[in-house]
Design a protein around this ligand. Sequence first.
Ligand code: GLN
Length: 491
Amino acid sequence: MEDLHRLTGTEILSGIRSRQISATEAARSCLDRIDSVDPTLQAFRTVLRQEALDRAGSVDRDLARGTDPGPLAGLPLAVKDVICLAGHPTTCGSRILRDFVPGFDATVIDRLRRAGAVFVGKTNMDEFAMGSSTENSGYERTRNPWDLERVPGGSSGGSAAAVAADLVPVSLGSDTGGSIRQPAAFCGLPGLKTTYGRVSRFGLVAFASSLDQIGPIGKCVEDLARLLAVIAGQDPRDSTSSLAPVPDYVGTLRRGIAGLRVGVPKEYFPPGLDAEIGAAVRRSLDRMAGLGATVKDISLPHTDYAIPTYYILATAEASSNLARYDGARYGRREPGARELGEMYRRSRSGGFGAEVKRRIMLGTFVLSSGYYDAYYLKAQKARTLLKQDFDRAFGEVDLIVTPTTPTAAFRFGEKTEDPLEMYLSDVFTATMNLAGVPALSLPCGVTRQGLPIGLQIVGPPFGEADVLRAGAALESDLGFRSLHRPRALER
Ligand code: GLN
């Protein structure tokens, strides 16, 4: 099949299952496309060429023998370089982990492997998932396939760019304050942040443990449902993973949204909101109403506190999580030190980039005695208020719809000089991590310049099934994928 790389994950799966294409052909088409496009795009940190072909071969042998290789048989997949895959480098986009090779698989990897998925490579990201543009990577500069002079978003920029440019049909990202949804929005794709506790984080390198979640990016909502069905569920190796039963995300996808109550929080449509983004989201809300949903105005009154609260708690947790990189156990040790303190200093000074150092300093400051009450404790209280906003809202509506980002993809360098500007990229997404609720970003239109716009569908804790079915209904109504696609790499 000529245009194999254009297919969605769901289409590839059914092609393999019906033996119209082989898993090996699917893997090869990804590897060929990576060879031709990735030197420009730079979405991948590592390509697992041999491993992918071996795995695909074994799926094909299973299918020929009549053995069921699992629900994701032969599906090529890319993994953000913050998730451990045994025997392959896991750099987290950081120089300090340049040579780190984990000896074990993350639980999500283990589950995907058993389901028959084929890992094609590890994708570039902002160092330790800190950033909104992938410009904080200690390695390549990943481009946006819709406009090569613009960022793909971050921190899962490599995972989003790889899918948008048809290098792989689906990928995994991680989301601490928006890192799946914002790059998905910038690259014109659906991406899902799951409920806190829905997906095991065993083997995910920690950034801010009370916020981090792993989730899928794909070409259609059904791709996300299929991946989530495999990775969701309790894991004895992650005590924060929930015992809540895993519903049938794929089976309930076609239920439509008739009868669902959709809330539109006024705080997410401020007067200064980009007019094109506001208009695209409002148009989509009209479509949802046309499909039978009831749309009503609501309020999430503490929204203004989301960004300061997020940047206090995330940096506090990061400063503690990143203390483990000391040159003694993981990754890089700077040579030439005469005593222990000097070894720590040299290894950390040389291994971490500027943004990571900034966050460690901020986090250490807000946790220090004398400032703890004023910042960290206050932020925890604000977090509770933000969470209560959602609890109250979900008493009157089933879902909440907002824009995903305040602007479409920006240019390289546009926000690197001013970290605060960069932090404001998360203004509509970080709240959902603080509240622990699931949120889907769905492409809903393009700007006059032809850049994708994303909207966000938010549900109550463990409400992924409703979030996904609302997303699937709106997706087929809007027809984004058949109307728009990135063309910057075609020239
Ligand atoms: N952009 C946010 C930050 O820099 C979110 C990152 C993330 O979700 N990992 O912290």
